[in-house]
Design a protein around this ligand. Sequence first.
Ligand code: MG
Length: 167
Amino acid sequence: MSKLKPDYYYDDISEIPLPMLKEQGIRAVICDLDNTLDCHETPTPSEKALAFLNDLRSFGFEVCIISNGKQPRVDRYVQGLGIPYIAKAGKPAKKSYLKALKAVKCKPKAAAFVGDQIFTDTWGANRLGITTILVEPIKSIENPFFYPKRFLEKILKANIKKSDLHV
Ligand SMILES: [Mg+2]
C-alpha cells in the first residue's frame, strides 16, 4: 500500500517547490508527459510546461521525460527541447525507470519522479526508492479504459493529503 502513496501531492506542476527538492538532495527530475506536463491533445509543449521545464533546468536539475505514449507523439512533443526522453516506456516496469536514471546519471535517492498516475508513475518510482510527486491529471478526453483506474485512484487520493505549498 505504501508503494502507492506519493511523497508529495500537488494540484499541478507549477506548484512543485523546486528549492525544497534541491534542499532534499534531489539532483534530477524525471517527468511523465501525458496529463502531467500537457494533455494528450497538446502536440507541443504549452507555455506552462515550457516554464516548468525551464525552471527545472535553471535550478540545475537534470531532466528526463518518460512516457508510455507512442514514439511519434513523444518525438514531436520533445523536439527541440534538448531533453533526454523515453517513449513507449512501459511504466510501471522497473526497466524504464532504470533507463531514465541512467539518462540523468543519478541514483534513485537523488531523483524525483513527477506524474499523474498512482498505479503507473507513483508505484513504479516508489518501488525503486525514487522520490515521488503526484499531480492531478490535466483534463483530457480519456479513453474509457482509464475509468476504472481513475476510480481506484480517487479512493486512494481521499487518504492522501495535498502537500504544503510553502515549505
Ligand atoms: Mg500521465
